[in-house]
Write a new protein. Sequence first.
Length: 84
Amino acid sequence: MKKDATNRALRLTKRNALISTIFYELTNQEGFGFMQAYVFLEEIFGIDERQIRKIIRQNAKVELSSDNLTKLAVILHRISIKET
């Protein structure tokens, strides 16, 4: 049971780091307003604005792998092409 809790905590930490990274990318590089970024993240991750704000206030405890982010971007791009 303890191993499951540790694995869940690690998954949430990685998810939170991804959310923070996407938020900062949207607001600093893409020119989104904060509310636009919150709405975008709400739709993608299915969590509310209050939770997103809490996540962003925390310091990221893990680093994101550029290989994993590249794979995620490629998969999302493929999905978007199929849906259009």
